[in-house]
Write a protein that binds this ligand. Sequence first.
Ligand code: ZN
Length: 592
Amino acid sequence: MAKTRTDGKNPKPEPEPAPPSGYTVLARRYRPQAFGALVGQEATAKALANAIRSNRVGHAYLFTGPRGVGKTSTARLFARALNCENGPTPEPCGACGPCRDITAGEEVDVIEIDAASHTGVDNIRELRANAGYLPARCRFKIYIIDEVHMLSGSSFNALLKTLEEPPAHVKFIFATTEYHKIPATVLSRCQRFDFRAIGAGTIASLLADIVAKEGREAEPAALALVARQAAGSMRDAQSLLDQALAFTTGTLTAQAVHDLLGSGNDTLVAGLASAALSEKPDEVLRLLDTPEGMAVNPAQLLEQMASWWRDMMVVLAAGDSGPELDVTPRYRDTLVASAKGRDLESVMAGLEVLDHAIGRLRNTAHPRLVVELALVRLSRLGNVVGVAQLAQSLAQQRASAPAQAAPVPRPSLAPRPPAPEPPPKKAPAGDRAVPPEPPADATPAAPAGPRPAREVWPEVITALGPMLGGRAAAASLVVRGPAAVALVFPPSARAAFEYLQGSAPRLAKIVETLSQLTGSSHAVNLELEHGPAAATPENPKPEEPRANPMARRLAKERAEEIPLVMRAMEVLKATVVQADEDFAKPPEPGSP
Ligand SMILES: [Zn+2]
């Protein structure tokens, strides 16, 4: 948990943030005191112990891995092993002066630096100066630098000098969660050890030991919950257990842990899953409205639902041989039964819905609404048709009626009124469900027919002449719909963009030329891509579409005009609910 932080000049550690009663947190009291006790990091522990035993200790070590998995604990343990009066030994005695002082974080020769708060080069210069002096009483002067990736570039350079020619009495142990931020020159001078996230089962059994040593009792399900919540971090698990034990008297129950976390109990989660899977949105809403449903933390609940869906995916994809399921043993059979008979597609679609909702939760003022929306959506997924299935069904339709549809639908064949004005024209809304006239008797790639805009674009540029064509050539032509294109200028071609944007006749000339050469009228939109220096108040156009309902609506309308989508709407008797803004961007003529 809390760590002592000192630098060379001020070796007295800050006091651990302990409660006023003098209580020491579990994570500190149960810090591993021997390599054999390093739970979850057995390979690293063995390698370090062997290095000491065979007298092959390097001068710089790098411990990498997620937070709370034992990097700093191992660093201290290693320091004790090297400096124990009976050592160096893989089994430090724990009783001698150095052993006790290192454990307490009070040893002057073991200097812990938190790089997050000592990023400056002066700190490292000071370290270098101090490293030259012999240790006060220990065998080695050991620098433990935590979060070492936070050091500045110049600090790393300063550190590198010491790493290149370290005094014989100095050892470095670096710990980091982000080793890729460490310069290669430093990496290459360290022995690296990767610490892994610890499995929930391993954590739970360690927690059971701690509970027993504390003279308390806990339901296995309660410890399993704590372990799962900790997501691989022993330190998180221990502090959560600390809270949970303080939160209850007597036996620690699973319900108490749920109350502490704000998570839903198994009955609620299983009930919601079952209601959603049997397509009963009313039941979903009723359960959310019960006292248990009201008390639950939205983020926790979505995570729990996602975990249920993930388990179903595992059951469907891998069966019994798959990875461990998260579900509690009591509901395992319910879960397996709920997965059986379902198709993987719709379970994965459910996971997508939940994943999306979890993402949205971070930026919403209405978390409750996000939860309701997600769960109601889950209960309507029975109708999901996979894209592959959709494509197959369309292909079958085509095969059975070869004369019906063109094998290669061309966007320009879609019937549409001319739209000469720049913004993509608004198609008549209302009678969407019935596409006007399917492109039934159209001949594919008829030479006499209109030509795609992309194909004629080079000719358009030539026809426009050097003044206008030269400017237009700076843009790339992006097809936005069957009769709408955009000229997208990179930020570097801002001048050309402004030249065209500033004059209606110039734009009209482009529209006219393009329409002549394609044989059908086209709307042309000018767009400037956003670059570092391109953002100006008068030209917010390219950025705008992101969260713009108008742009979304246009994207939907464009999507509805794509022949394949039109066919899909017809075949499935479906409507387009929503289209991503870039959905219809590259409808290459000819791609299915
Ligand atoms: Zn000792």
